[in-house]
Each structure stands twice: as structure tokens, then as C-alpha cells.
Design a protein around this ligand. Sequence first.
Ligand SMILES: [Zn+2]
Length: 291
Amino acid sequence: MKLLTREQWGALPATGRSTIQLPVERLWLHHTASADHGVLSVRSAQRYHLSRGWNDIGYSWLYSPATRTFYEGRGAGVAGAHTGGDNFRSHALCVIGNYDLSTVPAHVIDDLAEFLAWHARYGPAQFTGGHRDAPGASTSCPGKNLYRLLPSINRHSVTPEGDTGQDKVPPAKVPPIKVPPAKPAPDTTTEEAEVKELVTGIQEALKTAGFDPGAVDGYWGPKTQAAFARALAKPAAKPAAKPAPSVKSVSEMADEVIAGKHGQGHANRRRSLGITKYGYAKVRAEVNRRF
Ligand SMILES: [Zn+2]
């Protein structure tokens, strides 16, 4: 099992940390609901979570099927921000990718089973469930295609032969969790909208910083990926100076309206000035003030 420490993947320092008791009672499975770009996805997830005011990347560990690598998130014995209501009693592994859309490569079952056997020293050697199974959760996470494989992944989890398990704590008994009956359909749209919003934000930031991400459309395509990689490679790059927008002042626009430059009628004038209704209201007020 290839596991990169925070230092190895270039984590930013956490801004806070709460320890929790080991072994933890539960282990949840998540997906990022975004494309798998290995270490770049891990770094961008951390930046995004920090930008939301969280202490650190939300998950205990992450895994990239594309690179078959695990990444240390908050790590063992640290409260996460992953599974609402259970962050102080559980760990979470997040598989990078969107498994409502993508199928799951076959090697993921083996890799996750190996992770589970390794995790036995900190708590359950099986996933308690997917994020969607957590009490009160309203999400499709970890995506229908990955969720479907959960029983199979749990079945494959075995402690490797020859492992003395010297430093092991016996696996915690998994308390039954209450899953509300007749659960409403998972809310995929909210999650997709959030991802789109996140990607749009990154694209806007890249554009402002002078790294052309292509269309600002919320879709993580090759152009956005390339721009993101360039931005990461040059963290000290100075953002391109943004030209000051040539906006006329309310007073100048009022002068022009009075001079008849923008025709007759409010709708025509507003169109001709190319401003919002709110902006036009200010011009009108200025014109009225002068008469
Ligand atoms: Zn989740």
C-alpha cells in the first residue's frame, strides 16, 4: 500500500486540530465527486476546505485510483470534517473521483481491502458504510458505482498473513447504526451543483491570476487542469494586472442623459448606457436631483 504523508504530498499546515479517542468506532467511505488528478486533487481539496474556514482537509485519508496512492489527510486520531454528526467518533477515507458518473477500476477493490486491513490498528477493518448511510446524511456519496462495491470491498479485507500485528489495537466492534427507513432519494443535484460552483471558483481565480483555464463553465476539462498545474508550479507568480474597467461615473452618465445622448425613454437609455437597472436608478436620481 503506497501511502504519502502530508509532507510528501505538500500539505499546507492545519489551522487547528482536535484529537479523538482510538480506536474509532466507525469508518466511512466517501468520494470527492470530482475528477481524479492524483496529488493535484488532494492539494486542491485541502485548499478548498481551508477556504471554507475548516481547520484542514476534511478527510482522514484519501485515495486516488488513477495513481493507486493513499494520501494522509488529518490522519488517525484526529477529528475530521467529513461525516456530519460523527466526526468525533469516526475516520473517513475519501476515494478521489465521481462514482455517480465513473465506473470503478477493478484494482480499487484490492487497494481498499488492503487499506482496511491496515486500518485495523485504528478501528474497524471494514467500512461502516458509505457517507449516504450516516444518520441524517442527504447525499449520494460515495456515488452509486462505488457504493455498490462496498460489500465486496469489506469481504476482501483481511489481515495479511505473517503480520504479527504487534502494534495493533483489536478492531473496535462496530455498533449498529440507525438508518432511517424509506430514505429519501440521495440528493445528487446539490452535490453536483457544489462541485460546479467549486470548479467555477477555481477557474475564475485562475483567470484572474493570468492562467487561462478555458471557458469558465464549472467543468474540470484539460484546459482547466493544465492552467491549474501551471498555477501550482508557479505559486509566486504575480497575478496579471487587471485593467481598471472603464466605467463612467453616475455624474458623467447623468450629463449624457441630459444632453440627450442616450435617446428617449428609460428602457432605451439604460440599454444605450449598458448598465443594470440598479445603476440606471442611480443615474435617474442624479438627473432628478439636478432639476
Ligand atoms: Zn461524502
